[in-house]
Design a protein around this ligand. Structure first.
Ligand SMILES: Cc1cc2nc3c(=O)[nH]c(=O)nc-3n(C[C@H](O)[C@H](O)[C@H](O)COP(=O)(O)OP(=O)(O)OC[C@H]3O[C@@H](n4cnc5c(N)ncnc54)[C@H](O)[C@@H]3O)c2cc1C
Length: 614
């Protein structure tokens, strides 16, 4: 037991605890302070908020800006756009709520020093597309983090949150969180009246295209480890649309973004024989999904589908035609700067593969699936909507509160609202922060109580992988392999293989069916059992161990939801081969799940989709 007693336990009390200091966590911290001047607001982050989360490396565009000051778009337009892209299924109340506030967020970013490009003729923000504005965004995250740092009572960096704590008296009420410092190993008990989960989405749950020495090279940040899902799932929160994983068409091998290329540089795609292939697949797509293929813009998943079918038909590779646009020196500069501001790796890959886009049209491919609630898909927690706009069925308390009392969320954590992106995630954090302040003020003296037994049990569980390693290393048979423990990397690879082969990853052409899912879930159950035997050599590996726990639970949720939805709603993201068509009759609805941590069972149900905007 030596390991347990060596570690200090640090208690931190707060009114509002924000878990994750990425875009929405920074928004939540900032806004909580605005409305809760006298409250204690704590932000806890597993990295350092200065450069953490999906925006760590910077961005070249803010993808969600209405431009209401110039009458460019209205919030209703954005709801229509997101609904169309998600094949009809979005929480329109939540999306509208973000869209009506997002412009003010962007104006704040500019005020705080973010350079936003301007159109020299109109003086307005330079548009990349209908919703995107262009920024010099290498320092986007530090600028946003500074606002959160100044607003927070305290920011705790380098602490991985592993579990939420529940109220002693009311089991469906949150009371805080626990975690450990990834540098010192100290154990942290955060006691809070309200908790806002803003811990990002999930990469590395499906096997990536790049394995071995390249395995860290994924489109989505490799450190996005599904905590935004696992933490609420373990606390009993209902989740929605977890089957709606995202697959991205990106430049091959470097996952470089294509948005600026399509929208600003006006490049286009062609097959290996120089043909435009998208129109070729229109009729067969219409057979699968009906009229959705005729909508404008064509939903992202359907464009993926056309690319995948074209490659399967043997007319790959698909290429982006850059040679024409890159003859214009301005466009050439924009093309390269686009990478240098957010995905430097793509420029390096092209250099290493002798690709100059002025001379060679680079290849495109589709990524492995990821789970996120803020980009072009909408997995996440089922949240209460805004009081003035949400239908009664979507309201059970405070805006952005999950189905667990006092537990709020923003960004990737909240389901049903795609196309929030960086600005919308910050905005949703702000909305959650404001609502959490109201919740805390309304609590009065009825504050939740943390049970000592609960956090002491968790303390033992959290450090167990180090104990396993300390004992098991005496049995190492070769290199780092021991028969008595499982290393986090091995567990991760096992997870990725199960998800890839059974739940619709790249090697299965994103295809699955009921028998595959049934077997996949059995294998995931066995993997979950084995997680009790994880071995962690040091604190870094301990973090990897808990990231794996979170990824496995989120993966199980993805598999359960994929099993439940008996249709193929988003061809190009995944296919249920046993239900190959979109079925609006039975499945124009949200899927909801609730996990019972005692029994390990999942309860599934449908929830109605209300179309509030015409
Ligand atoms: C590759 C890529 C490109 C993108 N491009 C654009 C773009 O061009 N324009 C645009 O507007 N948007 C873009 N986005 C979207 C934008 O980055 C996200 O919408 C936004 O970052 C989501 O905010 P979030 O707070 O939910 O997650 P994040 O910003 O990722 O923040 C999550 C935070 O939680 C922390 N965390 C995770 N787990 C734990 C834990 N257990 N304990 C403590 N802390 C934890 C993480 O370290 C991180 O800081 C892009 C996203 C990706 C992945």
């Amino acid at each position: 037991m030596g390991l347990f007693t060596r570690r200090k336990t640090v208690f931190v009390d707060s009114d509002i605890l924000v878990v994750g200091g990425g875009m929405s966590g920074c928004g939540a911290t900032y806004e909580s302070r605005y409305w809760g001047r006298d409250l204690k607001i704590v932000c806890v982050e597993k990295a350092n908020i200065e450069r953490s989360g999906a925006v760590a490396q910077g961005l070249y565009a803010i993808n969600c800006y209405m431009g209401m000051q110039w009458d460019e778009n209205q919030p209703e337009d954005h709801v229509r756009y997101a609904r169309n892209d998600l094949m009809g299924l979005v929480r329109e109340d939540l999306g509208y709520d973000i869209a009506r506030h997002v412009d003010s967020t962007v104006h704040k970013f500019e005020e705080w020093g973010l350079p936003i490009m301007r159109d020299p003729d109109t003086g307005r923000y330079q548009r990349e597309g209908k919703w995107q504005i262009m920024i010099h965004g290498e320092s986007y995250k530090p600028i946003v983090a500074e606002a959160a740092r100044k607003a927070a009572t305290e920011v705790y960096n380098r602490i991985m949150v592993t579990h939420l704590l529940m109220d002693q008296k009311r089991p469906n009420r949150v009371a805080g969180a626990v975690g450990f410092n990834v540098r010192t190993g100290d154990f942290y008990v955060f006691r809070a009246k309200a908790v806002i989960v803003a811990a990002g989405g999930a990469s590395h749950i499906f096997k990536p295209r790049a394995v071995g020495e390249g395995m860290g090279r994924t489109w989505y940040a490799p450190w996005s480890s599904a905590s935004a899902y696992a933490l609420p799932i373990l606390a009993g929160a209902k989740m929605t649309q977890m089957e709606n994983r995202i697959v991205l068409t990106r430049f091959k091998d470097g996952y470089g973004p294509v948005g600026a290329y399509f929208l600003h540089l006006k490049t286009y795609t062609e097959n290996a024989y120089g043909q435009d292939y998208e129109a070729f697949w229109r009729d067969s797509i219409e057979e699968m999904v009906g009229d959705y293929v005729n909508h404008h813009p064509v939903p992202t998943c359907l464009r993926n589908h056309a690319l995948l079918e074209e490659v399967k038909a043997g007319r790959g590779p698909i290429r982006m035609v850059t040679k024409e646009a890159f003859q214009d020196p301005h466009k050439e500069t924009v093309g390269w700067e686009n990478f240098l501001g957010m995905t430097i790796g793509q420029a390096v890959v092209w250099a290493s593969q002798n690709i100059d886009p002025k001379e060679i049209n680079p290849e495109l491919t589709t990524s492995e699936p990821y789970v996120m609630g803020s980009h072009a898909t909408c997995s996440g927690a089922w949240a209460s909507g805004p009081e003035d706009y949400a239908p009664a069925e979507y309201q059970w308390g405070y805006n952005r509160m999950m189905t667990v009392e006092g537990l709020f969320g923003g960004g990737d954590a909240i389901g049903g609202t795609a196309h929030k992106f960086s600005s919308g995630s910050f905005t949703e954090g702000r909305i959650a922060g404001k609502a959490a302040v109201k919740y805390v003020n309304d609590l009065g003296n009825d504050a939740p109580q943390v049970s000592e037994a609960e956090y002491e049990d968790l303390r033992k569980a959290i450090y167990q992988p180090m104990e396993n390693y300390e004992i098991g290393r005496n049995e190492i048979v070769g290199g780092t392999v021991s028969p008595s423990y499982l290393l986090p990397l091995h567990g991760l690879q096992r997870l990725e293989k199960i998800m890839d082969e059974y739940v619709g990853g790249i090697s299965a052409h994103y295809t699955t069916n009921e028998p595959l899912l049934t077997r996949g879930l059995e294998l995931l159950t066995m993997l979950k059992e084995d997680l009790a035997h994880l071995g962690a050599e040091d604190l870094h590996q301990l973090q990897r161990a808990w990231e794996l726990h979170h990824r496995v639970l989120a993966s199980e949720s993805v598999a359960q939801h994929t099993m439940f939805r008996q249709e193929t709603r988003w061809p190009g993201y995944y296919y249920r081969a046993d239900h190959p068509k979109l079925d609006d009759q039975d499945w124009h609805c949200f899927t909801l799940s609730r996990y019972d941590r005692e029994s390990g069972k999942w309860e599934m149900e449908k929830a109605p989709v209300y179309h509030i905007v015409d």
